[in-house]
Design a protein around this ligand. Structure first.
Ligand code: AKG
Length: 297
């Protein structure tokens, strides 16, 4: 039997894609949901850095032995899907190369066990202040020469409007499986931007995800808002060797450039959401996106 939602639960606290002008409002949710103690899985400095900047970069988190297993699987999947179409496999906008493979925490034993890695999970549960589950997982291959950009966005804006994620209580964990250099399209972050919600313009078309996963056109922040955020906070590019882990809040503004270098930049992204922040009906009023993009159970 479906449970009736209270008025409080159905209120849209972060409206977007409704007005004809972009808007800017303050975050209404905490960033770190636990109180730090000496037993916490992050140091006080790390926890405070994440709170203030909306991201945390952990170098040498995984070792070569672990990485080799994941890299082999990464190549095997790329080869397996080279000529095989599947809804959870997304291709580059101007070529047939594999851009992303979704739901690897569900469809693949090796990446499923990575998603449950105890050191990762304890950090997620600390930051989100509860048990967590995987909202979304994906490999982004960013192949050398042809890997295209991911334009600036807040993940939360899309997850809220298109998936029905009620509050800012989720975060992404990007595990570098290749070295991330300044020249192979690493993630760029506007530190501190997680404390501001930028609402976007443009009603979401039905089945928007089919195009947006190749190239985003709705849920795109306007240039004036992006410039203001960057002028206020600067832009950071946390880069490091394979095995590093970048944690970033669901509302931090981020994106990455195309990769015209010869070296691929392949990362696995695991998005953890609090069990107290499970998805409702999308705030757009449209059909929810498929389960391989947003876990609904
Ligand atoms: O892989 C990248 O460079 C960007 C990924 C990203 O922004 C995302 O998955 O939300």
């Amino acid at each position: 039997m479906s449970q009736k939602l209270t008025k409080e639960q159905t209120i849209d606290r972060y409206p977007s894609r409704l007005a004809d002008k972009p808007g800017r409002s303050e975050r209404k949710d905490p960033v770190v949901y636990s109180t730090w103690t000496a037993d916490s899985p992050l140091t006080k400095e790390q926890s405070d850095f994440y709170e203030q900047n909306g991201y945390l970069f952990l170098e040498d988190f995984f070792n070569e032995t672990e990485l080799n297993v994941w890299r082999e699987e990464l190549s095997r999947l790329q080869e397996a899907y080279r000529d095989q179409e599947a809804s959870h496999v997304i291709r580059e906008p101007q070529s047939k190369e594999v851009r992303s493979i979704f739901a690897v925490h569900e469809n693949n034993d090796i990446f499923q066990s990575l998603s449950k890695h105890p050191r990762l999970v304890s950090i997620m549960n600390y930051l989100l202040g509860s048990d967590t589950y995987i909202h979304q997982s994906r490999i982004n291959y960013k192949p050398g020469f042809t890997g295209k950009e991911f334009y600036w966005h807040s993940d939360f804006e899309t997850w809220h409007v298109e998936d029905g994620m009620p509050n800012m209580r989720a975060l992404s964990c990007s595990i570098a499986l290749t070295d991330n250099h300044p020249y192979n399209g690493p993630l760029m972050i506007i530190p501190g931007s997680h404390k501001t919600f930028i609402s976007c313009v443009g009603q979401t078309p039905d089945n928007h995800f089919k195009e947006s996963l190749r190239k985003q056109e709705y849920g795109v922040p306007d240039q004036d808002s992006l410039k203001a955020l960057a002028d206020e906070n600067g832009i950071q590019m946390p880069i490091g060797e394979a095995g590093s882990v970048l944690l970033f809040d669901c509302n931090v503004m981020h994106g990455s450039s195309s990769n015209i270098s010869p070296y691929s930049r392949s990362n696995v992204f695991m998005v953890y959401n609090s069990v107290e922040n499970k998805l409702r009906e999308p705030f757009s009023g449209q059909q929810p996106r498929p389960g391989y993009i947003a876990t609904r159970s």
